[in-house]
Write a protein that binds this ligand. Structure first.
Ligand code: DQA
Length: 146
């Protein structure tokens, strides 16, 4: 099985961006940990980041025939993007919404997510671990679908 990890705006700045909230781990470090764990589980990974909503929508469209599950940290687009929500619904793959921070403990504008209503589940608040937990969730969601 292949899992597509999508990362939205500003996540390329992890490591230096508000480290008191997001930690000091870079997105490259997170990708490496995900790939290491996936290798042990015999899962293939595609890992992408973009600051552009349209690019993320395009990746969701093209994942339809190549991937089994989407794991998405859409960053701020979580709270604004009906287009990403519709793309997930349209492609039909199970999606797992993830966040480094617990968005529900933060500002009220982070409490609403356009994606949650089309997600198989949500993992938030565990920092880098959110990405690794999502891999277990992806395998489980895929197994239950077959
Ligand atoms: C985030 C939470 C969002 O509210 C924020 O805009 C981000 C990161 C997280 O991983 O905690 O960019 O998705």
């Amino acid at each position: 099985m292949k899992v597509l990890y999508l990362n939205g705006p500003n996540l390329n700045l992890l490591g230096t961006r508000e480290p008191e909230i997001y930690g000091k781990t870079t997105l490259g470090d997170i990708e490496k940990s995900v790939r290491d764990k996936a290798g042990q589980m015999d899962v293939e990974i595609e890992f992408r980041q973009s600051n552009a909503e349209s690019e993320i929508v395009g990746w969701i469209h093209s994942s339809k025939n190549t991937c089994s599950v989407i794991v998405i940290n859409a960053g701020a687009l979580t709270h604004t993007s009906l287009a990403i929500r519709d793309a997930i619904a349209a492609c039909g793959l199970p999606a797992i919404e993830i966040h480094l921070s617990n968005t529900h403990r933060r500002e009220p504008f982070r409490h609403f997510s356009y994606l949650s209503g089309v997600a198989a589940g949500i993992i938030a608040g565990f920092g880098k671990q959110s990405y690794l937990l999502a891999l277990d969730a992806a395998v489980s969601v895929h197994a239950n679908r077959k």
